[in-house]
Design a protein around this ligand. Structure first.
Ligand code: GLU
Length: 468
């Protein structure tokens, strides 16, 4: 196995959403393939014809594309390969590694009860009967598994797991309608796709024993297994709806950036020392299955938020602008082209505190609001007494300002406060009210720069004319 180039895969069943656990599995497979210079493939396990809609398949493509984990070849669709699965069963029958089992449902039920009473697994009498005795009635095809000894799953994460063969019944490979069963299809597909490493959730550990027996019966090389511990909720319980988001699309909708998700998911079950923040390139150069831990990992929203804030602060303003514009649009507020530049100018001024893209969008609402702004009730008391004439004097200085930048405007505001003999607190909240109408806004100079000179002065005029 070691001399073959690494080929990994994910094999999601299209169920309508892409679970965060599938995303983590995809990431680990992708990282390992990239780390070893191998390939990362995708197989859609769409044999459940009722659930596997085109839309559900699309959700997987979109989830992987959003996460930036594109496979290296077009996807393989499992349902389309049923003929090939049956061909493998024919091979097994020809080799005497499988047999047709003609037990009727009633006979099977009776055998089940006897087996239960005797504390053993179900055994079919057809295992040892010759095909010449075959009756003319429906049959399933079963694997002729060894009944003694053990099957070793040498798992790269869990260690050596031994399964006693006497506890494994003869697995059904083809149902009475000739349809291939799940474990058979997985083995044939993984073999044909040249998969060298099966990295997946540890809910499939028992299947690994079954699948090992099928590989051996077919005379095929068994892949290297690596079963990942599940992701648990922050309370240590199995991840469920009550822990909040579970689908990749929900994390997107909540305003998490894909690079933050990649960094975060990489830390769920794997790590490189104490490094919390790392680039894709670093993860690729460091990632090794040997460093995956076998204990379940817990979702930690505070850590995810911290990472997301980090990546929001790093991201190119143009990219954040189109993401923020899309959020505003989804909320019914289209951003005309002329306003995109305003958004882009605003984002660097407000992004430091944003944990998600939704928060970033919230922080930019004030620049998109149309004049005259809706003022909350408390505006009237803020804009009374000495304040309106003072703001009018400030406005005169702003009109003259030579440099409309944050440091210059900070200086101007400080200088103005000194000349008035008051602290900034005396007029700052009122100025902010004029500029943002009670919506969240950055510091005064930041709000002025975000709005630009013309809009800032117009908003001040609006507010002062109302106060007059
Ligand atoms: N289709 C399986 C699932 O969605 C994955 C099978 C595998 O990775 O072998 O859980």
């Amino acid at each position: 196995m070691s001399d073959r180039p690494v080929v990994t895969r994910i094999a999601p069943s299209p169920t309508g959403s892409m679970h965060i656990g599938t995303a983590r599995t995809a990431l680990f497979n992708w990282l390992y393939a990239r780390h070893t210079g191998g390939r990362f493939l995708l197989r859609i396990e769409d044999t459940d014809r009722e659930r596997s809609t085109e839309a559900a398949v699309q959700v997987i493509f979109e989830g992987l594309a959003w996460l930036g984990l594109e496979p290296d070849a077009p996807p393989v669709f499992q349902a389309a390969r049923a003929e090939r699965h049956r061909e493998a069963v024919d091979m097994l029958l020809a080799r005497g590694e499988a047999y047709r089992d003609y037990m009727t449902p009633e006979e099977l039920e009776a055998e089940r009860e006897t087996a239960r009473a005797e504390g053993r697994v179900v055994r079919s009498p057809w295992r040892d009967l010759s095909p010449n005795d075959a009756p003319d009635r429906p049959f399933v095809v079963r694997l002729k598994s060894p009944q003694t000894g053990e099957t070793l799953v040498a798992d790269q994460v869990k260690g050596d797991i031994r399964f006693q063969n006497k506890d494994l019944d003869d697995l059904i490979l083809l149902r009475t309608d000739g349809s291939p069963t799940y474990n058979l299809a997985v083995v044939v597909d993984d073999h044909d796709m040249g998969i060298t490493h099966v990295i997946r959730g540890d809910d499939h550990l028992n299947n690994a024993a079954r699948q090992t027996l099928i590989y051996q019966a077919l005379g095929w090389e068994v892949p290297i297994w690596a079963h990942l511990p599940l992701i648990h909720g922050p309370d240590g319980a199995k991840l469920s709806k009550r822990h909040g988001a579970q689908a990749v699309s929900e994390f997107d909708a909540m305003g998490y950036l894909p690079e933050a998700m990649r960094n975060y998911l990489a830390r769920l079950g794997w790590g490189h020392g104490d490094d919390e923040i790392f680039s894709d390139d670093q993860a690729i150069s460091w990632f090794d299955i040997a460093d995956v831990v076998s204990a379940p990992s817990r979702l930690d929203w505070a850590k995810l938020n911290h990472l997301n804030n980090h990546y929001i602060r790093q991201a190119a303003p143009e990219r954040l602008t189109s993401l923020v514009a899309a959020i505003h649009e989804s909320r019914g507020r289209a951003t005309p082209a002329a306003q995109l530049a305003v958004l882009e100018r605003t984002i660097p001024l407000v992004r430091d505190g944003a944990k998600t893209m939704l928060e970033l969008a919230d922080a930019t609402v004030f620049v998109l609001d149309q004049r005259p702004l809706q003022m909350p009730e408390k505006a009237a008391s803020l804009l009374s007494g000495e304040t309106p004439p003072r703001l009018a004097r400030l406005k005169a200085r702003l009109v003259e300002a030579a440099d409309w930048s944050v440091p210059a405007l900070e200086g101007l505001i400080r200088g103005f406060a000194e000349s008035e003999g008051v602290g900034i607190g005396k007029f700052g909240p009122a100025l902010r009210m004029c500029l943002a109408g009670g919506a969240p806004a950055p510091d005064l100079a930041g709000a002025l720069v975000a709005l630009g000179r013309e809009e800032s002065l117009a908003r001040l005029d609006d507010a002062l004319s109302r106060a007059a």
